[in-house]
Design a protein around this ligand. Sequence first.
Ligand code: PMP
Length: 357
Amino acid sequence: MMNDRLQRIIRPQTLAASAYQVHDAGDRIKLDAMENPYPVPAALRAELASLLSAAPLNRYPDPQARRLKARIRASFGLAADQPLLLGNGSDELIQIIAQAVAGPDVTLLAPEPGFAMYRLIAAATGSRYAGVDLNAADFSLDIDAMLAAIERERPAVVFLAWPNNPTGNRFDLNAVRRVIEAAPGIVVIDEAYHAFAGNSCVDLLAEYAHLIVLRTLSKLGLAGLRIGFMAAAGDWIEQFDKQRLPYNLGTLNQLAADAILARHELLDEQVAAILAERERLHTALQALSGVQVWPSDANFLLFRVTDADRVYAGLLERGVLIKKLHGSHALLDNCLRVTVGTPEENDAFLEALRTSL
Ligand code: PMP
């Protein structure tokens, strides 16, 4: 029987897992996924159209994405010889790292609440996963608990999202250094929200040979292109590159990212608008009674209400989709997360929130 065969040949971890669920926003205002709310700048669209229409789609893409790597180094102020690996989103880079170390006795470790993919990818690749709770009040690293868990678990990989998703804060740099210094394997600093935070751990690469920095173009306004990058010492990049499928980034994606990053200043203007709106939203949420909002170094805000299920449903009814975190982790009781949108979208969210509280 078909089902017996399926049970017999699909791995137990896969049978036990569920596919990652993404809510369909329909025609609602979409503030659930940390996307940049602004489209590709108008000044670039004609150029993009002609570039893409002339692309040699009969040929495979450049497997090394050399041109795009050079553009990324220039756009993000990296050294001209900085070794890089590009992924189909930084999700793919997390998967590549996990695949390269995977094994039943291997542990991947991350603070929690954190980015769900670390745990999901650890399970999918057949490794163990250890989550270490953050401090409840401000979501800072519980450094004693982290160091004890590192000592106990001897993790091959420690993931630190900096700023952290879904809490929005950056962990104290001294605590981050202590984790890096205690880790027996590699430490991955995931800087997906770097554009909204300012400083970076890239400079620490020169100091720590077992540090890996991940970035993505997704939050910068190019989520549809699915491009992330890893910066690390060349010997690590060489190993991870063996795990990468040869043509993981399509020609159109490489071309479009190169052309858009060449006009990086246009994206910077969008980031500035998002930062201004983040402050306005934060102030507005702080002023609402029954709402507790945390500071954010990212393009989203975490907040707590008295009944997250009711507020989430009320927002949906009023045409606004955000992310419900309530139920995903004990520290996120009655918490919701809203991505910073355009001023109009944020106004609509605030209006819907006021009537849903
Ligand atoms: N890291 C973190 C911390 C994230 O929040 C996300 C997206 N939510 C990613 C990585 C993945 O981003 P992408 O695959 O789009 O590059």
